[in-house]
Design a protein around this ligand. Sequence first.
Ligand code: PEP
Ligand code: MN
Length: 337
Amino acid sequence: MLVVMQEGATEPQIQAVIDRLVSLGFTVHRSTGVRHTVLGGVGPVEDVEPADFEVMEGVKECHRIVSPYKLASRHFRPGGTVVKVGDVEIGGVRVVIMAGPCSVENEDQINRTAEAVARAGAAILRGGAFKPRTSPYSFQGLGEKGLRMLREAADRHGLKVVTEVMDHEQIPMFADYADILQVGARNMQNYNLLRRLGGLRKPVLLKRGPAATIEELLLSAEYILTGGNYDVILCERGIRTFESYTRNTMDISAIPVVKKLSHLPIVADPSHGTGRRDKVLPMARAAVAAGADGLLVEVHCDPDHALSDGAQSLWPEQFAELMGQLRIIAPAVGRKV
Ligand code: PEP
Ligand code: MN
């Protein structure tokens, strides 16, 4: 149930609606927009008539939300969500670039890469310390030591940090090191992890599972939102199809679809989306042209010797070239880089 309050509705009027929703068994989520306060009631919608709310003082309109996800729906925040990470805003006019290696490997590697991506204009440093590798024999990441190196490198170059959390038991450890917690594609439906992240007051970057529909992605986001953590950034990173030339099939169309269905910002990961360095720039350009709020790009100071995902990691010079291209494309779609 969605109750849109009139412009200038008073606090007692808003409270009266909240009380009524609660008395009917709804959990209430409040969204304060520029003009209207919107109250999202999650509960027994079928039993309630919108008209019962529409006659209340201060109410503009009331709707039953029929989509399976409620809080992730665009109706809940028609103006869109801007996730703030310090002075970096994801979902605003600026397209936010997150870049760095697949994995943190050592101090020299993360520092050199951080220096390069900062110089080219990235705002956020990426890098995995806990790696979900397909094979148990592949490099699994440096763990907490890697988180520390990542944080230090980011601080040295004025960058924020996004890094993957694989298990709910790791969440407390991330508090000191990460600005955004990444949920990897393989964990998109780890509902235990998602619920725990809902209790956190830190942004979460939620990647689309390799075989997940857009609706499933939004339902996974809903798990985090129902916990009261509204700072969720979605990420399109390619899906598995019958095509085998690229590592995944980059679903660019998911970007405008998500923009229509949801208020949450969406970023694109053309590195995992293609698996090939030579295809990253075109897909990154396409994602920004399609309306992505940001990019997550793998960059490595020496990709040919990377411990993971070297083939899809850009050389620093290629990343700088991409940034130059985005500075031309973004204004054409009303954005900045
Ligand atoms: C990553 O970002 O390095 C990663 C493991 O991505 P994904 O979860 O999309 O495979
Ligand atoms: Mn990777």
